[in-house]
Design a protein around this ligand. Structure first.
Ligand SMILES: Nc1ncnc2c1ncn2[C@@H]1O[C@H](COP(=O)(O)OP(=O)(O)OP(=O)(O)O)[C@@H](O)[C@H]1O
Length: 298
């Protein structure tokens, strides 16, 4: 298997007149992982992906596949499979749509039945796309991205509008693609939508990076916790140790990995420590995501 190819965004800026859609954005997407590219509507996700695929010219910065711009890739469809604003001719069958794309991209037509099977559309291959449900269109868009058996997949909102069965299917599918060492970047405006599908997250808001890292690290950061403080922090730390509670020291006191302030208060009481504050830290991944990025444009 060929080595994986990372996506590298560096100092990317894109202005449309007065609007700065993407503002000095830098992040890397690693192979072998599913990465969620998250932000509310208007955050600049699509503009970033369009810059990556050479569809808009950056005002500044670069967006590359392992250092090579999309337009400089020798065989782009065999490196990158991208589904952005997938449009289908409604009168064409799924098979014909794939044949047209394959032939334009210099890909052998023998790939067509393979990708139809991969996305579970074989039995609908000869139906007109005009009659396809949204879920079937999403599958066909995905099949199109797979034609060149690419090492990198860039998918814009692939889960949007899928029914629960389709969501379950695509989750497993994205995982298996990453499991084969591919780089998988999936955009969404809802963290909850991709939460069960992604290993890594890149969160942007107003064109700027808010956070990037593993989903696990984000979960850890936002799991419900208790903040407690005392005029005698050393004694407080000893009481927390005594109770077997994990904590880190923050500006407002000890941040304890325990959702129930009662448990923390009790530990302090047992240790005979006076408290100056005790409260629960806001919780929930989606709430924290919204707190990080705001609601976005309508
Ligand atoms: N061609 C354009 N001309 C002018 N402004 C644009 C253009 N494309 C995007 N914008 C603006 O840039 C900002 C970022 O848009 P973008 O579509 O990249 O966000 P997004 O995160 O993909 O949101 P959505 O999920 O709604 O597509 C928005 O304010 C948008 O109105």
């Amino acid at each position: 298997m060929a080595d994986g190819i990372p996506i590298e965004i560096s100092g990317l800026t894109k202005r449309f007149g007065q609007v700065t859609a993407v503002d000095d954005l830098s992040f890397t997407v690693e192979p072998g992982r599913v990465t969620g590219f998250l932000g509310p509507n208007g955050a600049g996700k699509t503009t970033t992906l369009r810059a990556l695929l050479g569809l808009v010219r950056p005002t500044a910065g670069t967006a590359t596949f392992g250092g090579t711009r999309y337009r400089d890739l020798p065989r782009p469809l065999e490196t990158v499979g991208a589904a952005l604003d997938a449009a289908f001719h409604p009168g064409r069958t799924a098979r014909d749509h794939l044949r047209v794309v394959a032939s334009a991209g210099g890909i052998r037509s023998a790939r067509v039945p393979d990708v139809l099977a991969q996305v579970g559309l074989s039995e609908f291959a000869d139906r007109r796309v005009g009659g396809f449900s949204l879920g079937m269109r999403q599958r066909l868009a995905l099949a199109t991205t797979l034609l060149g058996d690419p090492r990198v997949l860039v998918l814009d909102e692939p889960i949007n509008g899928l029914d629960p069965e389709g969501i379950k299917w695509i989750r497993g599918f994205l995982r298996s693609l990453a499991g084969e060492g591919r780089t998988v970047l999936v955009s969404s405006h809802l963290l909850s939508e991709v939460q069960q599908s992604v290993d890594e997250v890149v969160i942007i808001s107003r064109g700027r990076l808010v956070k990037s890292g593993s989903l696990a690290s984000l979960e850890l950061e936002v799991s419900p916790r208790t903040v407690v403080d005392s005029p005698h922090r050393l004694r407080l730390a000893a009481a927390l140790d005594q109770a077997g509670l994990d904590y880190t020291e923050g500006p407002e006191g000890m941040i304890v990995d325990e959702p129930d302030p009662g448990v923390v208060g009790h530990a302090a009481f047992v240790g005979g420590v006076e408290l100056s504050s005790l409260h629960r830290l806001a919780s929930g991944l989606e709430d924290s995501f919204l707190a990080l990025v705001g609601e976005g444009e309508e």
